[in-house]
Write a protein that binds this ligand. Structure first.
Ligand code: ADP
Length: 305
């Protein structure tokens, strides 16, 4: 378990992480979602003891990272995949890590196999593609067979196959009962990978909920409607108090009246309707609206200064 209590990090007068309180539980993939600059990497660095909090605490398995007896065996992390000496081979890199952390040598072959790198293990890391480098970073994170995994934007820059591979791997690690905590600024990615979501904006907690609840609570219902007489239909709908906007696909996007009411209204006025589709706003839209709210919240505070 990862537990943050009132975790706060300030850099000068900039608050990167603002009184965050959350618990990341085992057995599921928890997504850490927020726009760039929201404070995700800073939070992860605080969890890993790479930076000290200004206030509050964060623990892994009940202890601060620095107090863990064998950190690599408790927590595996992937923050920046480029932190590897390019002149070394993948095998040398992992063997060195294993030796300095008293991890049995046989784990090297296991993690190379798990990440599909066995065949390129003898090649120098500087010739690796981004995807291979990312796999090597994950191999290193898994080396100590840790119960907790922390990955910062692991799918950034990967091709579709690489993304699918990471997704499947993270799900299987969570299914084994491990704690998997990964960040992304992409809602679409979280929707496919995570079971639980922690959403932050401007360092503050915006949501801590299951992905399913997040969708149900936040995505508003609306109706897409198309008519050969669009203006007439729009005027009728607006006269009934509905909000009508042009949908990206061309028809009207209607809030405030359901599909049945729209159909009846059109029928009463002898208007043809060619499409009537109940829909929900996408998670991406919900999340964008949330992030914007968080950004707006900041404006008055800065204006005061
Ligand atoms: P994210 O990972 O969500 O993109 P970060 O944690 O990297 O966000 O950054 C959060 C905020 O803290 C940003 O405004 C960033 O500029 C600031 N920040 C991060 N690290 C430092 C640092 N070492 N010194 C000063 N400001 C920092």
């Amino acid at each position: 378990m990862i537990e943050a209590r009132d975790l706060t990090k300030r850099y000068g007068d900039r608050t990167a992480v603002d009184r965050l309180t959350f618990t990341i539980r085992p057995g599921r993939v928890t997504g850490f979602l927020g726009p760039n600059g929201a404070g995700k990497s800073t939070t992860m660095r605080l969890v890993l003891g790479l930076d000290a909090p200004t206030a509050g605490t964060v623990t892994v398995a009940g202890r601060r990272y620095a107090e863990l007896p064998a950190p690599l065996r408790s927590v595996g992390s992937l923050l920046d995949a480029k932190g590897v000496h390019g002149g070394r081979t993948a095998h040398q890199h992992l063997t060195g890590l294993a030796a300095s952390n008293r991890i049995p040598r046989r784990r090297v072959a296991e993690v190379l196999d798990l990440t599909g790198l066995s065949e390129v293990a003898g090649r120098r890391v500087k010739g690796f593609s981004l995807g291979m480098g990312q796999r090597l970073g994950i191999a290193a994170a898994l080396l100590g067979d840790p119960e907790v995994l922390i990955l910062d934007e692991p799918v950034n820059g990967l091709d579709t196959e690489g993304i699918r591979w990471i997704r499947a791997l993270l799900k299987s690690l969570a299914a084994q009962g491990r704690t998997v905590f990964l960040s992304s600024h992409l809602m679409s990615e979280m929707e496919l990978t995570a079971d639980h979501l922690i959403v932050i904006g401007r360092g503050r907690l915006l949501a801590d909920t299951t992905v399913r609840d997040f969708i149900e609570t936040n995505s508003r219902a609306h109706t897409l409607v198309r008519s050969p007489e669009p203006e007439k239909l729009r005027d009728l709908l607006q006269a009934k108090g509905a909000t009508v906007r042009l949908d990206t696909r061309g028809g009207w996007r209607v809030d405030g009246l359901d599909a049945a009411a729209i159909g009846d209204l059109a029928c009463d006025h002898g208007l043809a309707v060619h499409e009537l589709t109940p829909a929900r706003s996408s998670l991406e839209e919900v999340y964008t609206a949330m992030s914007q709210d968080a950004a707006e919240y900041r404006i008055p505070r800065e204006a005061v200064r």
